[in-house]
Design a protein around this ligand. Structure first.
Ligand code: HOZ
Length: 428
């Protein structure tokens, strides 16, 4: 379903933008219909090009934990913009944000700002290779760490959605330097270390996966990974692009008591403006240029708009009260969605950690990509279409986590659950 104005815009977009979108996950390919073109957003609401209102559970794919157009964030950006949008020279705000990030995530002694999560992950792993002098990287099937060549191997997110987990254009030589293991399966990682131990530079993982839908770690999995890395001299890299500042102020590592060697951030850390960051141990970070031989750079890195939005967002999250609200809303959504499915006589698996969640169209827990791949994506598509028709905007893929914000309250939960009763029936 799409409105006439969006349809007309989409037709024009397809003439000039491949697929009509600037990131494939926006294309609605796996759920049918056409994307809603957004005119504006406020709080938990998106307004389509024809002014139709949608309750938003995409949240720009993660950043909008405060809701859209939060007045503090907007005024910080506006004030910064009035003094210039980029200088390509250091600023006080970069220092303040670096201090705030390291204070929030104590495993980070130092941090480097980038303009996206892709850059953060790509650069963190280059650094891991430079530090260890080793060449191989271990990632998990169904995890997504941005679109650097060597990370588009058995990748989740849009690649899983489009059914192309290995991208064309990535050379065999590059892909061979990435080893893949099974999420929540320590034995699969142990086997890789047994076969290639001295060549593995780093293991990178989404601590709670959002890019195959929401998949939590089994107890002991992340701790086991960390121990394996330490024992074998590889760096343990947590990709907290989605989970950073979302699952706790200190991210998943605070929630699960972990201390990775390197961490990647983006999304909430940039307050909804393009920004990424990677940071970690001082001895590792000190290898970055200009201190050391690992090169990494960016014209717009640490620009005034991103740093002001990030600082304003962190200032509102720092007292941690938002997380109790997010948890309460999440629990109500989880219970309500489960009840709605039961009433409609539909078997689904609802998985949630804090304010990340997914309704999987399967009757079994989803612990890995193999489990996620068994979901009935046709039924998910019918569910999605029906929710959208009722004004509820979910991620347009079975393999993407939904997010709620502090702007979602009991009335929005009720609206969602009411819509879900019919949507589950439509998906039967
Ligand atoms: N990690 C995001 C989706 N899972 C990225 C959004 C995008 O690819 O546009």
């Amino acid at each position: 379903m799409s409105d006439a104005v969006s349809s007309a815009l989409f037709a024009r977009a397809k003439e000039r933008i491949p697929g009509g979108v600037n990131s494939p996950v926006r294309a609605f390919r796996s759920v049918g219909g056409e994307p809603v073109f957004v005119a504006r957003a406020e709080g938990c609401w998106l307004y389509g090009a024809d002014n139709t209102r949608y309750l938003d559970y995409v949240g720009s794919w993660g950043p909008m934990i405060l809701g859209h157009a939060h007045p503090s964030v907007i005024s910080a950006i506006t004030e910064a913009a009035a003094h210039g949008t980029s200088y390509g020279a250091p600023t006080e705000r970069e220092v303040l944000l670096a201090e705030a990030l390291c204070e929030a995530v104590p495993s980070m002694d130092m941090v480097r700002l980038t303009s996206s999560g892709t850059e953060a992950c790509m650069s963190a792993l280059r650094l891991a290779r430079g530090f260890t002098g080793r060449s191989l990287i271990v990632k998990f099937s169904g995890c997504y760490h941005g679109h650097a060549d060597f990370l588009l191997v058995k990748a989740g997110s849009g690649l899983a959605t489009m059914g192309v987990p290995d991208s064309a254009g990535v050379t065999e030589a590059v892909a061979k330097a990435t080893l893949t293991a099974k999420y929540n399966d320590l034995a699969s990682v142990q086997a890789l270390f047994d076969a290639h131990g001295d060549d593995i530079a780093a293991v990178i993982v989404e601590p709670v996966v959002g890019n195959m839908g929401c998949v939590p770690p089994e107890p002991g999995f992340l701790e086991g990974l960390s121990a394996l890395c330490r024992a074998r001299g590889a760096l343990f890299v947590l990709d907290e692009v989605m989970t950073g500042f979302r699952l706790a102020y200190g991210g998943a590592q605070e929630r699960f008591g972990l201390r990775p060697d390197l961490t990647t951030l983006a999304k909430i850390a940039g307050g909804g403006v393009p920004m990424g960051a990677f940071g970690g141990r001082r001895d590792v970070m000190s290898l970055l240029a200009p201190l050391g031989p690992v090169y990494q750079a960016g014209t717009l890195s640490g620009n005034p708009l991103a740093t002001s939005a990030g600082l304003a967002t962190l200032a509102l999250l720092r007292d941690r009260s938002a997380y109790a609200t997010l948890e309460a809303t999440g629990a109500a959504l989880e219970d309500g969605l489960r009840d709605a499915a039961r009433l409609a006589g539909v078997t689904v698996t609802v998985q949630r950690v804090g304010s990340m969640w997914t309704v999987f169209f399967t009757d079994a827990p989803v612990r890995s990509w193999d489990d996620a791949a068994r979901c009935d994506t046709q039924r998910f598509a019918r569910f999605h279409q029906s929710m959208l028709a009722a004004g509820v905007y979910l991620p347009p893929s079975q393999f993407e986590a939904a997010f709620h914000s502090i702007a979602h309250g009991p009335a929005e939960v009720e609206l969602t659950v009411r819509a879900a009763r019919d949507a589950f029936a439509a998906a039967r």
